[in-house]
Ligand binder design. Structure first.
Ligand code: KG4
Ligand code: ZN
Length: 338
């Protein structure tokens, strides 16, 4: 493959990913090696296990990405890597590898914010998409509603006060014995269930802010299932999943629509693993259409953690001269840039 390429590396959580991306966003190769199977029996990601698994999987993933793209180390224009937020031991594996490549080949290092990269997965997939827009960042660790007036400019309108959306899906799934990650399983089961079967609480729905709270809902689901079990009537798991998901999504849709009305911004993008949720996509899409606004979300492979979005944002950072020194640190908590 000819042209100019960045190597992208992503190891912030439980996906080891490497990608080769051209200057215009052409994905030469994208390798994603998921550790979900390793963490499944624990019902969540075990940080120590994740760090070790990244160490084993990263170099083979990088080699495979370069080989699939037909690109050698010498064809690279730089290396983009997730710096944070994420699990520190996992981030360090990717960041250290990226620094080594940059040091050895005298290449620029692009130290990428994981949340910003999730937002940029939308620009990668929709080349004509431009700000201003609203971004709803929903992942295992975050729930943020963000106004993005221009490229790389962010104003956080609201966020979760307790559990992140993905975390709530994962915890409810763990309680129901459905394994990890919980989001995809609940999404699937919910399609066979009645979203109105159980009236779970819609926290902070009309509080006038753009904040979210999910820990009370999670407790309500657990209490409901325990109570029905004690009464000897096992609730249908499909109905529990559908009713829980409806409670999560209804508040999200309500607040996003309000943000569209208040800001006058007519484009909304979904970002992060929970952007894969089919009920959120469908309900939000309908609600936005009614307001004359449009919803964008990346295809599944670019919704979940992946190095293509990291490399794509890396290109923009390189063009802006936003290059990191080789002693840049990994950081577990990192806000979006200003
Ligand atoms: O962005 P991501 O891959 O990793 C983080 O940066 O956290 O998001 C992972 C989260 C998990 O909590 C997973 O349960 C959730 O995304 N998720 C979903 C779906 N697919 C993945 N949640 C709801 N519905 C889905 N279809
Ligand atoms: Zn993520």
């Amino acid at each position: 493959m000819g042209g100019e390429f960045l190597l992208g590396i992503e190891t912030s959580c439980d996906e080891t990913s490497a990608a080769v991306v051209g200057r215009g966003g052409e994905i030469g190769a994208l390798i994603i090696s998921s550790q979900a199977g390793l963490h499944s029996k624990y019902g969540g990601v075990v940080p120590e296990v994740a760090g070790r698994a990244h160490l084993e999987a990263l170099l083979p993933a990088v080699r495979e990405a370069l080989s699939q793209a037909g690109v050698g180390y010498r064809d690279l224009r730089g290396v983009a890597v997730t710096r944070g937020p994420g699990l520190i031991g996992s981030l360090l594996v990717g960041l250290t590898a990226a620094k080594a490549v940059c040091f050895a080949l005298d290449l620029p290092l692009l130290a990428v914010n994981h949340l910003e990269a999730h937002i940029y997965a939308n620009f990668l997939h929709f080349p004509d998409l431009e700000p201003p827009l609203l971004a709803f960042v929903v992942s295992g660790g975050h729930t943020l509603l963000v106004h993005m007036p221009a490229h790389r400019r962010y104003r956080v309108l609201g966020e979760t006060l307790d559990d992140a959306a993905g975390e709530a899906y994962d915890k409810v799934a763990r309680f129901l014995g459905l394994g990890y990650p919980g989001g995809p399983v609940i999404d699937r089961l919910a399609r066979e269930g009645d979203p109105q079967a159980i009236p779970f609480p819609r926290a902070l729905m009309r509080d006038g802010t753009y904040n979210f709270s999910l820990s009370g809902l999670k407790t309500a689901v657990i209490n409901y299932v325990k109570r029905t079990r004690a009464e000897g009537v096992e609730a249908r798991v499909e109905d529990v999943a559908a009713s829980f998901q409806a409670a999560v999504v209804e508040v999200q849709v309500y607040k996003i629509v309000r943000a569209v009305e208040e800001t006058g911004v007519r484009r909304v993008v979904l970002a992060g693993g929970v952007a894969a949720n089919s009920y959120l996509r469908a309900r939000l899409g309908e609600a936005l259409e009614e307001k004359g606004a449009r919803l964008f979300y990346p295809p599944l492979s670019l919704c979940l953690d992946n190095a293509a979005m990291v490399a794509y944002l890396g290109w923009r950072m390189l063009e802006e001269g936003d290059v990191a020194p080789l002693d840049v640190d990994a950081v577990a908590t990192l806000p979006l840039p200003g």
